[in-house]
Design a protein around this ligand. Structure first.
Ligand code: FMN
Length: 378
């Protein structure tokens, strides 16, 4: 298919494929892994509290830690005090961040109670006034990420997107579910399409349940969105960006990376975790990262039991060697997984125009898991 160039204001992106913010996961090591594997146009940090950033809170500064190879980078802010959001945006521009994204989708009570996250979707006037001040304070693009609305009776995303375009927002990211839905049900493609139709010129980025290149294409074609943003799908499969880019350009699906390649990238991920967070913390944090790679290894109970205990890089390599031996029982003579042990790709999880939640999905779907973490309620 024709892949349109994607730009946020003057920020030209190499591909229309973005890494969604995943609090607790989209840290510097993960972003670097994604960039090394290739195909991603823009990576975004976890959401960062604007006030904490201004107070130079150690944890907030760690969330925006970056490096020369980590570009272009968007930082996602949340907050509802205009002065703080403006000052934090200026600070991010000064340190060279490529764009600032405003979180309007976070359903977590702590964030909504102070008028941030998805609460912003319910107050169009106040929200667009706040964002206008951010846009006017900097030259870098300001973007907004939202859900379709609070619930099915309040699908405010199209109106909000239009209002935000008027105050100068450079792009809208929209997850095709409501706040009330959480991660249940299917992604509503018609809902995303309404956002695309509501704005005049700015790009809309579709998001939700993209775990395969085909799903990205369906999202682009069915909604008319200008790009897609991928969160959990990148966690399952860091190759999703390069494979999707290839598929969009050529129509050809690349074969899944082989086990050895997956292990290589997983080990690189651990090395980067240790580099950025130190060995003890890096290994502890990796305990929840390893099992995501393992979802594509075939049988992995041995690996999953061991990974949650690693405390050093040596522990990891000892476990990996033992796991590789254990896994041999599931292989054929050529070292490939026997078909009955091969993981299946996810079926599409979209709701098309005219369908409601009760319309049966075409294929039986394996649930797309929601990673646990500091934001239990995303
Ligand atoms: C563990 C987790 C953390 C998330 N953190 C954020 C966040 O910090 N900011 C945000 O806007 N969305 C956040 N999201 C939502 C994702 O960015 C994305 O909109 C959602 O997961 C749907 O896309 P996906 O199906 O590709 O994952 C989070 C989602 C999960 C599962």
């Amino acid at each position: 298919m024709e892949v349109r160039a994607l730009a946020f204001g003057r920020l030209q992106l190499a591909t229309p494929l973005l890494l969604s913010p995943l609090a607790g996961y989209t840290n510097l090591p993960f972003r670097l892994v994604i960039r090394e594997v290739g195909g991603v146009g823009l990576c975004t940090t976890d959401l960062v509290n604007a006030r904490s950033l201004l107070e130079k809170n150690r944890k907030a500064l760690k969330l925006i830690e970056t490096s020369a190879l980590d570009t272009p980078l968007a930082v996602q802010l949340f907050g509802s005090v205009p002065e703080e959001m403006v000052a934090a945006t200026k600070m991010l521009e000064e340190i060279g961040v490529a764009s600032v994204d405003v979180n309007m989708g976070c359903p977590v009570r702590k964030v909504c109670q102070v008028g941030g996250g998805s609460a912003m979707m319910t107050e169009l006037g106040r929200t667009s006034a706040l964002v206008r001040r951010m846009v006017e304070a900097v030259k870098i693009p300001v973007t907004c990420k939202m859900r379709l609305g609070w619930d099915d009776d309040n699908l405010t995303a199209p109106d909000l997107a239009r209002a935000l375009e008027e105050v100068g927002v450079a792009a809208i990211m929209v997850h095709g579910r409501t706040r009330q839905q959480g991660f249940e049900g299917r992604v509503n493609l018609a809902g995303i399409r309404r956002v695309v139709e509501a704005v005049r010129t700015i790009p809309v980025i579709g998001n939700g349940d993209i775990t395969t290149p085909e799903a990205a294409r369906v999202m682009l074609e069915a909604t008319g969105c200008h790009g897609v943003s991928i969160g959990r799908g990148a966690f399952y499969n860091p190759w999703i960006f390069s494979h999707t880019q290839h598929y969009l350009l050529t129509g050809e699906l690349l074969p899944e990376p082989r086990f050895a390649e997956r292990v290589k990238v997983m080990s690189r991920h651990l090395d980067l975790m240790v580099e950025v967070f130190g060995e003890a913390l890096g290994c502890t944090m990796f305990r929840k990262v390893g099992p995501w790679y393992a979802k594509r290894f075939g049988p992995a109970s041995f690996f999953n039991k061991g990974i949650v205990k690693i405390g050093t890089r040596d522990d990891y390599h000892t476990l990996l060697a033992a796991y590789i031996t254990w896994r041999e029982q599931f292989l054929d003579g050529e070292g490939n997984l026997l078909p009955k042990f091969s993981p299946q790709p996810h079926a599409l999880n979209f709701r098309h125009e005219g369908e409601d939640e009760d319309t049966p999905a075409v294929a039986k779907r394996e649930k797309i898991l929601v990673p646990s973490g500091p934001q239990e309620l995303w």
